[in-house]
Each structure stands twice: as C-alpha cells, then as structure tokens.
Design a protein around this ligand. Structure first.
Ligand code: IPE
Ligand code: MG
Length: 230
C-alpha cells in the first residue's frame, strides 16, 4: 500500500456550488472556506500525513471581478487571523507559497505573522498557495540561483528543489474537486510523480468521507516511478 506523505488539493467549484443552489458566488467561497478549515483539521487530527498543500488563489485569479477578489482577500485575512491560534495550539507549521506583488500590505503582514508564529512547530505542515503560479515559482528559483552565483556544474535537481518557495517533498496525491481535470499551473515541479484524483463534487461538498475515499483509491494505485514491476 502506498504511503501518503504529501497531499495536495486544488480547491475548485465554489462558484458553481453556489449557483447550483441559487446563491451568489461569494456564498460559495464562504462555504468553501468553512470546508477547508474542516478538511485541514480532519487531516491534522485523524490522518498520518505530514504535508498538505492547498491551492486557494492563483495569480490568474486576479483577473476575476474586483468584488470577487476583494471578497476572497477579506476572507483570507479574517480566516488566517482567526485560525492562527488553532495552528499554534495544534502544533501545525503554516507556510505560504506566494508572490508578494499584487497582494495588499495587510494580507502580506498576516501571512508573515502566521508563518513566524508557527515556524518552530513540528506537526502537520500546511502550505497555502495564494497568489501562486507554478511557472513563476520555477522562474523565481532560477533568479535566486543566479543571484547566489551557483556554478553551473553544481545545479542539480536536489539543489533546485531548495530554491523553490518552500522546502517541500514531492506531492504523492493531487486532488482537484469539481470534475475539472487540469493542473492550472499548480506546483509543476512537485507534481512530477503525483497520482491524480478528480472527484465530481464541488469543494464545499468535499467531506472528510470524500477525502477518505480518495486516499483509499490512492493506496491501491500502482506507482512505478519509471521502473518495471517484478
Ligand atoms: C475555487 O472555486 C475557489 C477559488 C479559485 C478561490 P471557484 O471560484 O474556482 O469556483 P468555480 O470554478 O467558478 O465554480
Ligand atoms: Mg474554478
């Protein structure tokens, strides 16, 4: 059975979920946010998983209406402020994979506050990808490598990995809710050997039971990493 060390979720379908019950998109985001809290706590309290990465806002999401972007940013601000003490109490280490450009000062300051107040925690590592793009992460790593004047011959995959936004292991299982079967620029480096799982449910309806089902499927997948099985 496959071990699950790093789980990743592309949170998707909040807007369609709201529409399906005749509500506005922001209501879907609120319910999605509440569900995300539930999933994080479920993983922390019940599962033997060391890392969880969550795609909550892509750099491209800034192309949405100002109202929707403002709503989401306020939700993040309020949410991280409220949850900070839970992360501390439960020994979770929270990191963010993000670009500062485009984010307001107050959201950057809450991000920094959450990161610094949980940096020494030793439990579940929660990686929020917020104003994140996978290609940008790789380009930014290249720039840092050049700034550090690393010799060409010393550039290896292992070294490169350490120049990404956070030091994270490869993703084992990547789930995208809502039936979409795309990566959408999410953690391109870390996803190389991930198993993919695409449940049809919209994220607000993605319960711990749905997650357990995904993990059961993952456990029985035949992971070969390029090798031939004897
Ligand atoms: C995911 O739900 C949440 C974010 C991207 C912030 P969507 O907002 O993408 O919902 P749909 O895909 O329009 O239903
Ligand atoms: Mg979407």
């Amino acid at each position: 059975m496959n071990k699950l060390n790093h789980l990743a979720i592309i949170v998707d379908g909040n807007g369609r979920w709201a529409k399906s019950i005749g509500k506005i998109r922001s209501y879907g985001h609120l319910k999605g946010y509440e569900n995300l809290k539930k999933i994080i706590n479920y993983v922390n309290d019940n599962l033997d998983i060391k890392y969880i990465s969550l795609f909550v806002f892509s750099t491209e999401n800034f192309k949405r209406s100002k109202d929707e972007v403002d709503y989401l940013m306020n939700l993040f601000k309020k949410g991280f402020k409220e949850e900070k003490d839970v992360y501390i109490k439960k020994n979770m280490k929270v990191v963010f994979s993000y670009k500062k450009e485009g984010l307001s000062k107050d959201i950057i300051s809450i991000i920094e506050e959450v990161e610094s107040s949980t940096k020494d925690n030793t439990g579940l590592v929660v990686n929020f990808c917020l104003n994140y793009g996978g290609r940008s992460e790789i380009v930014d790593a290249c720039k840092k490598i050049i700034d550090d004047k690393i010799d060409k011959n010393d550039i290896t995959e292992d070294l490169f990995k350490d120049y990404l936004y956070n030091k994270l292991p490869d993703i084992d299982l990547m789930i995208r809710t809502s039936g979409e079967q795309r990566i959408s620029n999410f953690m391109l480096w870390q996803i190389s050997y991930a198993e993919f799982y695409f449940p049809k449910v919209y994220f607000p309806d993605f319960t711990p039971e749905c997650l357990k089902e995904a993990i059961n499927v993952y456990k029985t997948r035949d992971r070969r990493f390029g090798k031939i099985k004897k």
